[in-house]
Design a binder for this molecule. Sequence first.
Ligand code: FES
Ligand code: FES
Length: 194
Amino acid sequence: MSNRGNDAGKERLESPGGTISSNFTERLTLKVNGEARQLEVDTRTTLLDALRENLHLTGTKKGCDHGQCGACTVIVDGRRINSCLTLAVMHQDAEVTTIEGLGTPDNLHPMQAAFVKHDGYQCGYCTPGQICSSVAVLQEIEAGIPSHVTLDLVSPPEMTADEIRERMSGNICRCGAYSNILAAIEDVAEGQKS
Ligand code: FES
Ligand code: FES
């Protein structure tokens, strides 16, 4: 059983052994899109909620809040993660890149431009996660990280449609823009080769 106390960020917990007080907030510094941001969060706050509710970066979307749709994908210290599945306080001093940090309306990231060119979205709700994931996917292939469909584990993985589909399989699009998303990613991959 628990009762909220008067002190902000404190809860009084009633346990079988008596009543105890605990502080549930923590100061946190994140480097978000290249800028150091200080925030104080309840330690139970997910990274997704910290970005959206504390920092008002609403480009990152909440779809399922259970790690099943990929709408909340952001890049943390160079790796993509589902921000709904991780607590903000686990990322002290981490570098976080959200869709807002990849490009701007006047200066789109190549992946954003490719999604526009290939019509890689309809409602757009999954798109920030799709784009953050796509950017990280190309880096993963470039870094030689194998996937479930990589047959040859000795040579670097090839940039095939199967590799991209498999690696993007955690990003669900209810509008079904998958073939155009694949075309956009392949276009950027091709551009990076030349
Ligand atoms: Fe995080 Fe769906 S909102 S995976
Ligand atoms: Fe609508 Fe993907 S564009 S969910």
